[in-house]
Design a binder for this molecule. Structure first.
Ligand code: NDP
Length: 451
């Protein structure tokens, strides 16, 4: 049987674009459909604009620090419109880069929605149908707002980059990556930020000691963080949006942003009718090769709700191409993925939390928390955390957790050592780089706890 394409990719985000390009480089005939903008969540309304906003928001503190270091600094106002004009020009540029990557590798692109008709047929919004030997679903996810009265008044992270002006005040609901990152960003940009989280501590799932230090650092920098609290209702007022909390208190904010999780984009895709299995949350169920219940259909990235991070989607895309087009069945390695949360203070983490490791085996915990030299000199209260969780049995470093300026950069390097199976003694054999914060990772002599 002949097909129009060897591969039809649905979704032009990080995973889909990488898989499409690399598959085409093997000589496969590839098409890709994207209904919105090439680049997907990460480039257009996620990691990239978020990180640029993190950079923008750092200047408020940088200016304070500069005065403490003797600079005669006077700071003007932050211009949201000057920033967003540049931001959107940069996103347009990146979108163009993604489009050109595909064109230069002879991937045919369709700027419209595509759905699956059967195991080998894709239908475009304009009615065109194409047959494909393989279909790759890489459609990502979307933010969800819980069903409360007034939910339509809330914005999500999709909207934040498109606000015509920054509000004077904002309520951020949620305690995950997105809520906590934007609390820091908007606080840094001069917005009065209140964050409300339903649990006892933000960033559930991460190391408890790190969570404590991050929450303390956020409060220290001015975020009004409330835990064990949730929003019951939102109401439109003349001067903003009133949020009524479960304890009955009501406050009016310029904006309310929900960051209460994301769901896979599988609705109306025709996947189940074609035989693809979805889980209870709507994610595509795949095996270790990203293959669905339909042998010709594969899925990668957030739509599979495995580890929802761009570099993971890219890895999954590369492994898919190796498996299907290079004749090398390649399972995706999801173990020991280092990651960063761009809260302020910043967080880098790899491996097991202290609680996870202690539940698994006897451990030693090496941990130090201190005011780093640059913050102490500038009179800032922020503390840094350097923490290693070590197996008692074989001395392997099971987890590393860093809260510090540049923690995202540090954890990339520590992640290599941890992925290689480094022991605490391997860390100790490494000479310290002085004076740095990270030198603590190789100079912690005695465990602070042991189980
Ligand atoms: P998360 O799943 O990380 O967090 C969702 C938050 O919303 C949790 O605090 C959760 O509480 C809370 N929540 C869920 N439902 C409700 C509800 N009905 N009412 C009140 N609160 C609720 O999702 P995000 O949206 O923050 O991020 C989505 C994903 O995007 C992340 O998992 C991550 O993989 C990725 N991402 C990664 C980044 C990075 O690498 N730096 C940055 C941004 C996103 P509870 O804890 O109690 O469940």
């Amino acid at each position: 049987m002949t097909f129009d394409y060897d591969l039809f990719v649905i979704g032009g985000g990080s995973g889909g674009v990488r898989a499409g390009r690399v598959a085409a480089q093997t000589g496969a005939k590839v098409a890709l459909a994207e209904e919105f903008r090439m680049g997907g969540t990460c480039v257009i309304r996620g990691c990239v604009p978020k990180k640029l906003m993190v950079f923008a928001s750092h200047f408020a503190h940088a200016n304070d620090d500069a005065s403490a270091y003797g600079w005669d600094i006077s700071v003007g106002d932050f211009s949201w419109s000057a920033f967003t004009t540049k931001l959107h020009a940069e996103l347009d540029r990146l979108e163009g880069v993604y489009g050109r990557i595909l064109a230069n590798n002879d991937v045919e692109t369709f700027h419209q929605r595509a759905t699956v008709k059967d195991p080998h047929t894709v239908v475009l919004a304009d009615g065109q149908e194409f047959s494909a030997k393989h279909i790759l679903v890489a459609t990502g996810g979307h933010p969800v707002v819980p069903d409360i009265p007034g939910k339509e008044l809330a914005i999500t992270s999709n909207d934040i980059f498109w606000l015509p002006e920054l509000p004077k005040s904002i309520l951020i609901v949620g305690g995950g990556y997105i809520a906590s990152e934007f609390a820091g960003i908007l606080n840094g940009l001069g917005v009065a930020v209140t964050q409300v989280y339903r649990g006892e501590q933000i960033l559930r799932g991460f190391d408890d000691e790190a969570r404590e230090i991050i929450a303390a650092g956020m409060r220290e920098r001015g975020v009004d963080l409330h835990v064990c609290q949730n929003v019951k209702e939102l109401r439109k007022m003349d001067d903003g949006i009133e949020a009524v909390l479960e304890d009955g208190t009501a406050t009016t904010y310029g904006q309310v942003m929900y960051a209460t999780g994301r769901r896979p984009n599988t609705g109306g895709m025709g996947l189940e009718a074609a035989g693809v299995q979805l889980d209870h949350g709507g994610a595509v169920v795949v095996d270790k090769y990203s293959q669905t219940a339909v042998p010709s259909i594969f899925a990668i990235g957030d739509v599979t709700n495995r580890v929802n991070l761009t570099p993971v989607a890219i890895r999954e895309g590369m492994a898919f191409v190796d498996t299907v087009f290079n004749g090398t069945p390649t399972p995706v390695d999801h173990a020991l993925i280092p990651s960063a949360v761009f809260t302020q203070p910043e967080f880098g983490t790899v491996g097991l939390t202290e609680a996870e490791a202690a539940a698994q085996e006897p451990i030693e915990v090496y941990s130090t928390s201190f005011k780093p030299m640059n913050h102490a000199f500038a009179g800032r209260e922020d503390r840094v955390l350097m923490k290693l969780v070590v197996s008692k049995a074989n001395r392997t470093v099971l987890g590393a957790h860093i809260v510090a300026d540049g923690a995202g950069e540090m954890i990339q390097m520590v992640g290599i050592a941890v992925k290689m199976g480094a022991t605490k003694e391997d860390f100790d054999r490494t000479v310290a780089v002085h004076p740095t914060m990270a030198e603590e990772l190789v100079t912690m002599k005695a465990p602070v706890r042991s189980t």
